[in-house]
Design a protein around this ligand. Structure first.
Ligand code: DC
Length: 223
């Protein structure tokens, strides 16, 4: 397996700050960004909108064969399109995140999304890929692999503060229990579960600010 020097993978549980870190790194390095969670969210929304029975593998495969997605930059933000409809806001809903975690356990679905994710590596100078299995399954040959960790309480508190800051309703206990449920599903599924790659650098962000996480990871890449 040939090492790919221009691929950085950032894996970790929900709400650990992977997205923010990946975005900052991609900007700094002028690399392409792959938010793989958004792809799972798009798949979940597509199956939801088409009323597909998740236990019916044939129906899932059939629906996904008509699944067309793309991302586009608009006003400094990445917009997600599902069959040419802008669904950026819809895929961020908590219920879609939970459903994404559920559909992400389907082996066939993961297989169908694999190439879509790998294609991102051939677009630009390099790639920062964020998700759950970027370093283990999608880009095992990446040179730089990071796995972010933080306690579920700290992740829930950060999410709570973020929602409050935006003026949105937030309940800490609900956020914590949903986050722990999603973690459990993601860590315990049979295919591509959430685990650090053997060669990943683990970064515990409990006591670190976003800037400190960035500096730690950036140093790791440059060393
Ligand atoms: O990162 P996120 O919250 O947007 O991801 C939503 C769900 O998608 C997550 O709970 C599990 C699934 N997912 C996955 O299984 N593998 C990935 N590489 C990314 C996300």
């Amino acid at each position: 397996m040939k090492t790919m020097h221009n691929i950085i993978t950032i894996d970790g549980p929900s709400g650990v700050g992977k997205g923010t870190l990946a975005r900052k790194l991609a900007q700094k390095l002028n690399y392409i960004l792959l938010d793989s969670g958004a792809i799972y969210r798009l798949a979940a929304l597509w199956l939801l909108d088409n009323d597909v029975d998740l236990d019916d593998e044939k129906a899932v495969v059939k629906a996904l064969s008509l699944f067309d997605i793309h991302f586009a930059s608009q006003d400094g933000q990445t917009h997600a399109y599902l069959n040419n409809q802008d669904v950026t806001k819809r895929i961020r809903q908590e219920k879609v995140g939970m459903l994404a975690s559920k559909v992400a356990a389907l082996a066939k679905l993961r297989e169908m999304l694999l190439q879509k994710q790998r294609d991102f590596a051939s677009i630009g100078n390099g790639l920062v890929a964020d998700g759950r299995d970027m370093g283990t399954v999608v880009f095992p040959q990446a040179k730089h692999k990071f796995f972010l960790e933080a306690s579920s309480q700290i992740r829930a508190k950060r999410r709570f503060d973020e929602l409050r800051e935006k003026g949105e309703a937030a309940d800490y206990d609900i956020i914590l229990s949903e986050l722990e449920k999603r973690d459990f599903q993601d860590r315990n599924r049979k295919v591509a579960p959430l685990v650090p790659a053997e060669d990943a650098v683990i970064v515990n962000t409990d006591q670190l600010s976003i800037d400190e996480v960035f500096i730690t990871v950036y140093k790791g890449i440059k060393d």
